[in-house]
Design a protein around this ligand. Structure first.
Ligand code: GLU
Length: 506
């Protein structure tokens, strides 16, 4: 008998944007499916309508698409067991609850939502072990021993029961986890837990089991913070006589201080990285190493290599540390490898989202700019920001420090005038880096001054900054007209009363 084809799922609760921890869980599932020629299912766990929002559902789809974690079954794709919005599957949950009642594996609990542990059992945040459900208070509930008459009475009064699993406190539940090995939970610490609320709504542990079974999930790969849920889920499988999937709990992600990753550590949601101009392929490469290693010192890997080499056996038990500096380094490496045309396309995409959209973002021009900035940049956004002076024909606002440093003296004004004159001699067509350089060097020779005396104020004029890539290339890319117009604008500004250093320059 051959093993069943691999079927895994990513089951996010749409209560927020996709967290990097969730993205890592999705990635591990996706890789496991692709490595094994299996199926990757997306199931949106939206039964708790008080906590989810459609905005977050869309944000999760968007983030997964951006990371190119395509799902084979689920929203938009269908599948043999669909649909995969959990709230559309209540009939299935109801039938399983009925079956559990018929098997006497659950009992009705009339304690009411306040007294009882009806709240959702999911951790709010995948990376937060603390938010995992506390031991439930089934000890307070005596509904297991209600007589039929008492039950009739309560029903007569209109009290609606929740359903609670009967758990033998003397037994133990063993989770045989692929990553963590054998973990034993004394059932006394689990207690009789609620699976269906008094309003009929299924709770996470129950709905997840029913759906995982119906979708023929073979492996449940999820964050370690769910380990405490697994014995409950195993009890439900057992009570229904269903074969459970294999479980693999992947290590928690911590910050560099080995504490829960929080907002203070920087971006924690996938969409934030997108907005910051990170490359999805770099983020994926970074995430794959959070708890998994391909062996050796390999770090930079293509997607194909990840698919080829990924195994659950390679997942480690110890916490994964989210090292922002490493992510930045990795992004820089990916950025360097990107063909300039492709990088230009991404810069343009980012610039097009800005308001107002800059007026100089045609592909050829942006590709030339990218050629100049690609080596040094850490993110796409950095190119868009640091190169802002390239993407407009209009005037720029020089940085006060740059003005103070290089344009405060009367000499600077004189040098700038000389630069203007020398550069205006060149034609627009001949405005190459070499031509600009020749003009400046010629000036330096004629005046017996250092070229820097001309370059510094010129740089402030055309870039607005005290530092920039090679100024001759910068001027050539900007073109003759824009270069001269910016020099004129700075000259005009420096001669205005109250300009930087104006008291000396008159
Ligand atoms: N909806 C749960 C979560 O987002 C799914 C956990 C699981 O994979 O079973 O944490």
């Amino acid at each position: 008998m051959g093993a069943a084809p691999v079927r895994v799922r990513f089951a996010p609760s749409p209560t927020g944007f996709l967290h990097v921890g969730g993205a890592r869980t999705a990635l591990f599932n996706w890789l496991f499916a692709r490595h094994n020629g299996g199926t990757f299912v997306l199931r949106v766990e939206d039964t708790d309508s008080t906590r989810y929002s459609d905005e977050y559902v869309d944000a999760i789809y968007r983030a997964l698409r951006w990371l190119e974690l395509d799902w084979d079954e689920g929203p938009d794709v269908g599948g043999p067991f669909g649909p995969y919005r959990q709230r559309e599957r209540v009939e299935l949950h109801r039938a399983a609850a009925k079956e559990l009642l018929a098997r006497n594996a659950v009992y009705e609990c009339f304690c009411g939502p306040k007294k009882m542990d009806e709240r959702s059992e999911e951790p709010d945040d995948e990376s937060d072990p603390e938010s995992a459900p506390a031991a439930e208070r089934s000890g307070e509930c005596t509904c297991a021993s209600l007589t039929p008459r008492m039950r009739e009475e309560l029903i007569g009064q209109g009290v609606r029961p929740a359903l609670r699993m009967r758990v033998d406190p003397l037994r133990a539940v063993v989770v045989d986890d692929i990553v963590r090995g054998r973990v034993e939970f004394p059932a006394g610490t689990i207690g009789d837990f609620v699976i269906v609320k008094s309003d009929g709504g299924p709770l996470y542990n129950f709905a997840a089991v029913v759906d995982d079974h119906a979708m023929q999930i073979t492996h449940v790969i999820r964050g370690e913070e769910h380990l405490a849920n697994t014995p409950k889920q195993l009890l439900i499988y057992e009570a229904l006589g269903w074969q459970p999937p294999r479980f693999a709990h992947i290590p928690i992600i911590l910050n560099e201080q080995r504490r829960k990753l929080s907002k203070r550590d920087g971006a924690t949601f996938v969409n934030e990285y997108e907005a910051l101009g990170y490359l999805p392929e770099a983020l994926v490469n970074f995430l794959v190493l959070l708890g998994w290693s391909p062996g050796g010192n390999r770090e930079l890997m293509t997607r194909a290599e990840m698919v080829r080499d990924f195994t659950i056996e390679g997942v480690v038990k110890h916490p994964a540390i989210f090292d922002h500096a490493k992510l930045a380094w990795m992004n820089k490496e990916y950025l360097k490898q990107l063909p300039p045309d492709e990088l230009a396309r991404r810069v343009i995409e980012l610039l097009e989202q800005r308001t107002p959209v800059p007026d100089r973002i045609d592909a050829d021009h942006v590709a030339r700019v990218v050629g100049l900035l690609q080596e040094r940049a850490y993110t796409v956004a950095e190119i868009a920001d640091q190169g802002a002076y390239f993407f407009t024909r209009g005037p720029i606002e020089p940085a006060p420090e740059a003005l103070a440093k290089y344009c405060a003296s009367p000499e600077a004004v004189a040098r700038l005038r000389e630069v203007r004159e020398a550069l205006s001699a060149a034609s627009s067509d001949g405005f190459t880096p070499e031509a600009v350089e020749k003009a400046i060097r010629g000036l330096a020779e004629r005046t017996a001054l250092k070229a820097a005396a001309f370059i510094h104020p010129l740089r402030v004029a055309v870039t607005g900054q005290a530092v920039s890539p090679g100024i001759f290339e910068v001027c050539a890319i900007l073109g003759r007209d824009v270069t001269l117009a910016r020099i004129d604008a700075l000259l005009e500004r420096l001669q205005r009363p109250h300009a930087v250093g104006a008291e000396q320059s008159v």
